[in-house]
Design a protein around this ligand. Structure first.
Ligand SMILES: Cc1ncc(COP(=O)(O)O)c(C=O)c1O
Length: 400
């Protein structure tokens, strides 16, 4: 018998926070309810139908006909690692644009899988430097170009067309991180001819964290099939995973790992909500709430980090005014209003707040509530807002 006493611990009873940080985002009650459905086996006919439907719904969200579209079991970083681990063989070069924390993470992952990553160092808070990227591409033997579509650390939206043009100079593969854009900003996999892309469930799809949707173009699949070496990771080996996810009727599904059944129910429901709203309407909603928030923040005298035209609708980075204590403001928002916003990451630590308006969380109610709460928290710190943020946002809503 154990010599440790059985612990008596109260049940975990989380409050209902208003999640306006960099993720996770608020989850619709429909998604939460779907997670209390009974478990079935991971090869049960009902679950197999659910998997097929998740794939169909993901193709809609990614705007693609790619057959190889599915959720990797794991958070966004698992999808991230799956893409580099499968696309690259040891010593192969990849050009990595780094204009924030997640470009840096991809550099680290590419190094670990034994590839030869080439850094394109760009300014944080701006889109990637295209001249530097083109030069790095031309001076390398890389066949893969990587960039982050929605840099959650800075709030920058990266235009994809110019990157496709650079990769096209020698028929290169374009690998894109769409963790904070999928379900809000159009990713347009087929339109932008993106060869491989990964996302996460806990941002604009408004599903809990735990799965990472990925999609690969037919030529990326051919490249993976033509590998001379096995991917370094068994768990993330797409050849093995697709034997479970492939709905090709000629080859029966084979066990690879036990799929997180409940998370797949959740993603199924979250994606049904995306499809019901429609990608375009969803994009317009995110855009409108972002602009109302910015109108409110600027009316209060605060300034945005990212230049207009490159701002994410899902993640807003705003400078912390001089003399205002970052932690005190965030603690007040959490303790008095149950609102979570994010602190700065990397070089923006202590200098910026990250306000997420993602998926279910992107609403006028949340924008107005946050602006009112932030005004109170700023005043408590001795900062006198120039004007009323709530009035400016309300005026934006009336006019738009
Ligand atoms: C742009 C970006 N890429 C990758 C990741 C990694 O995802 P996860 O934290 O779900 O592993 C994140 C997470 O915030 C992200 O924002």
């Amino acid at each position: 018998m154990t010599n440790v006493d059985a612990p008596v611990i109260a049940a975990c009873m989380p409050p209902r926070r208003v999640l306006l940080g960099p993720g996770p985002s608020p989850v619709d009650d429909r998604v939460l309810r779907s997670m209390s459905a009974p478990l079935v086996g991971h090869l049960d006919p009902l679950f197999i139908r659910t998997m097929d439907e998740v794939q169909t719904l993901l193709r809609y969200a990614f705007e693609t006909n790619n057959r190889l579209t599915m959720p990797i079991s794991g958070t966004g970083s698992a999808g991230m690692e799956a893409t580099v681990a499968n696309l690259l063989e040891p010593d192969e070069e990849i050009v990595i644009c780094i204009n924030g924390y997640f470009g840096e993470r991809m550099f680290e992952m590419a190094s670990r899988v034994g590839a030869k990553p080439i850094r394109v160092e760009c300014e944080w808070g701006k889109p990637v430097d295209l001249e530097k990227t083109r030069a790095a591409w031309r001076n390398s033997r890389a066949s893969v170009l990587f960039a982050v579509h929605a840099e959650t650390s800075t709030g920058v939206l990266q235009p994809l067309e110019p990157l496709r043009e650079i990769a096209d100079e020698r028929d290169g593969f374009l690998l894109i991180d769409a963790v904070t854009s999928l379900g809000a900003h159009s990713v347009g996999i087929d339109r932008n001819r993106i060869d491989a892309c990964y996302s996460g469930t806990q941002k604009a799809l408004s599903c809990p964290p735990g799965l990472s949707p990925v999609t690969f173009s037919p030529r990326a699949v051919d490249r993976i099939h033509a590998r001379k070496t096995k991917p370094v990771s068994w768990y993330l080996d797409l050849g093995l995973i697709t034997s479970y996810w492939s709905n090709d009727s000629s080859t029966p599904r084979a066990y690879h790992h036990t799929a997180p059944i409940t998370m797949n129910y959740a993603l199924h429901e979250a994606l049904r909500i995306v499809a019901e709203e429609g990608l375009e309407a969803r994009a317009r909603r995110h855009e409108r709430n972002h602009h109302a928030l910015v109108a409110g923040l600027e009316a209060m005298g605060l300034s945005m980090i990212v230049p207009e035209g490159y701002r994410l609708w899902t993640l807003n980075t705003v400078r912390i005014p001089d003399g205002v204590d970052d932690m005190k403001v965030r603690a007040r928002l959490l303790n008095e209003f149950d609102i979570e916003i994010g602190g700065g990451l990397g070089i923006f630590k202590g200098k910026a707040w990250r306000i997420g308006l993602m998926g279910t969380g992107s609403t006028a109610n949340n924008v107005l509530l946050l602006l009112a709460a932030l005004e109170k928290a700023l005043k408590a710190e001795g900062y006198q807002p120039k004007d009323s943020g709530v009035s400016a946002a309300a005026a934006y809503y009336s006019a738009n």
